[in-house]
Design a protein around this ligand. Structure first.
Ligand code: SF4
Length: 208
């Protein structure tokens, strides 16, 4: 069976587990780990989305004791499997309400579905980490190579909507990848204006 649930560094009792719902993405970021390797700590990450909610639950249940954090992340954009994501988050809220649920997302969801997806996940997601990646759309396009129109504006809108939905929201950037200069202070300001906390993640070659 595919890797739908994984942990980092193959810890025996991880506090945090990650959910790999899809390999599809509406970005093609220059620093994406998928371009460098096929696995995370030996777990093969590629799959064709041919699985069920029960498969995700079964893999989740194999982690004991129950982890404290669940993160929708993986080798793709989790919101592209929005219905599956919602069903699994609902399952967790009903069965393990103590678990903190986060999504790491490219922030395109509202633009893709043309509706307020953040609002749909109100009460289901505790945190959203949204990739802002730059303080301007030209550089964003160069770094993320988005497949949707006006992606940078879409990301900023999504950040605001997550905050307004009561989800603890982080705007993230990646620094330290090649020679590119990111205006960190401007990104911080933008995050604040949108109601988000700010996270600067140093690029790590292996990804973790
Ligand atoms: S948004 Fe994430 S999964 Fe998609 S290309 Fe960028 S780094 Fe990779």
């Amino acid at each position: 069976m595919y890797t739908l649930v994984y942990s980092i560094n193959n810890e025996p009792n991880p506090e945090t587990i990650y959910i790999n719902l899809t390999n599809a993405c509406t970005n093609s970021c220059v620093f994406c780990l998928r371009e460098q390797k096929d696995d995370v700590c030996g777990a093969e990450m590629w799959h064709d989305d041919n699985y069920t909610l029960e498969d995700v639950i079964e893999q989740f249940k194999s982690y004991k004791p129950t982890p404290k954090n669940v993160v929708f992340c993986g080798y793709g954009e989790p919101f592209l499997k929005k219905d599956m994501m919602k069903k699994f988050a609902q399952y967790l809220k009903e069965n393990n309400p103590e678990i903190k649920i986060r999504v790491n997302t490219n922030g395109h969801a509202n633009a893709i579905y043309k509706t307020n997806v953040a609002e749909e996940f109100k009460g289901l997601l505790d945190e959203a980490s949204v990739s802002l990646n730059s303080d301007n759309s030209e550089q964003y396009d160069e770094i993320c190579q988005p497949k949707i129109e006006n992606a940078y504006e879409a990301v900023k809108d999504f950040l605001k909507c997550c905050h307004e939905a009561g989800i603890k929201t982080y705007a993230s950037i990646v620094t330290g990848f090649d020679e590119r200069e990111i205006n960190v202070e401007n990104c911080k300001k933008i995050a604040k204006e949108l109601g988000a906390e700010f996270r600067n993640r140093e690029f790590i070659t292996n990804g973790y």
